[in-house]
Design a protein around this ligand. Structure first.
Ligand SMILES: [Zn+2]
Length: 330
């Protein structure tokens, strides 16, 4: 941790004070037990609990990555915003890594956490009127397939569809992965943009998915080995694929007569094979409060019926739908 309170109950921020000034006794702002100053060669100067037993706010030893990223983001925000590091919020009993402009909690997530805890922490912020932006350290970066935890750390905007933030300490970059889609094997596709640490205003970058912009697109192609893959999944009695096959049978169809020559790619939460057009329910993603049903419907109308070689953001499909409706009305 980078903050503590001194014997006079005054908050000490290590990012704003030099270590020589720090001579007294220090305490945790949350649990009030004693903390000690640590000057390491590897880790930046920080405080650590003498004992973590009674602390609801701090649970783990912080990594070098976590401490350093907090420091970098603090300085970056400070160029243009009001920012507080590890501001303890007593009504929530939570300490966001950074609190920006009194209302935006920034969480630098470098280690795994349980889905239950992620939901609790997110909902706790939301019900108290804070928004929370999760920025992911190396361990949680997107790889080939989405984990349950990653699904629940994704955000959504009309301009960018599903998106996800990553922090790359080694390369000193903030990364935005957007237009996240999945193919039938569960592999993900997305666009990647990188911003060098310290470049421009950080809050402006974080709001980028909501700012006006020309529609982006993501090129896709059909998966040549898909038919073979599906046959194999059925042969090996994969539960997921047997369920899809069962749905096909109920509709008097056979999965293996499906035309696999077109791209089968959809936004997370929408399976192009197992969904029938009139029965789309919004999937549950912890960070997403928007109703995704209109997007899923527009996507199905535009993509499944007329597969394209490009994927577009939700706004694009909404505009196409409007244009189609106007044409029909004429
Ligand atoms: Zn504590």
């Amino acid at each position: 941790m980078l903050t503590a309170i001194d014997e006079k109950n005054k908050l000490v921020n290590l990012l704003e004070s030099s270590p020589e000034e720090l001579t007294g006794q220090y305490f945790c702002p949350a649990c009030k037990t004693e903390v000690v100053l640590k000057n390491g060669n590897i880790k930046i100067t920080h405080f650590a609990h003498k004992t973590l037993q009674n602390c609801e706010s701090w649970t783990e030893n912080e990594s070098v990555q976590h401490l350093t990223l907090k420091k970098i983001l603090y300085r970056w925000f400070k160029k243009s915003e009001k920012v507080e590091v590890e501001k303890y919020l007593p009504e929530l009993k939570q300490t966001p890594d950074l609190l920006v402009n009194d209302k935006i909690a920034i969480e630098v997530q470098c280690s795994s956490l349980s889905l239950k805890r992620l939901k609790e922490r997110t909902e706790n912020y939301q019900t108290h009127g804070y928004s929370v932006i999760w920025l992911m350290g190396k361990k949680l970066w997107l790889s080939h397939q989405l984990t349950e935890l990653q699904k629940n750390l994704m955000y959504f905007s009309e301009n960018r569809g599903f998106y996800f933030w990553e922090l790359d300490l080694e390369r000193k970059k903030l990364r935005l992965k957007s237009l996240i889609h999945q193919d039938l094997r569960g592999n993900i596709l997305h666009l990647t943009e990188e911003i060098l640490f310290g470049h421009g205003e950080l809050l402006t970058h974080l709001r980028q998915p909501f700012s006006a912009q020309a529609p982006l697109s993501l090129p896709v192609s059909a998966d040549r080995g898909l038919f073979h893959f599906v046959r194999q999944q059925l042969f090996h009695r994969s539960t997921k694929w047997l369920e899809i096959q069962e749905k096909y049978y109920q509709q008097g169809k056979n999965l293996l007569t499906e035309n696999f020559d077109k791209p089968y790619i959809a936004p997370p939460g929408l399976n192009l094979l197992s969904v029938s057009d009139d029965k789309i329910s919004s999937a549950n993603f912890t960070q997403i409060t928007q109703n995704l049903v209109p997007y899923y419907q527009n996507f199905l109308e535009n993509f499944k019926k007329n597969p394209r070689n490009k994927l577009y953001p939700p706004r694009f499909y909404a505009i196409i739908k409007e244009v189609n409706n106007e044409t029909k009305a004429k």
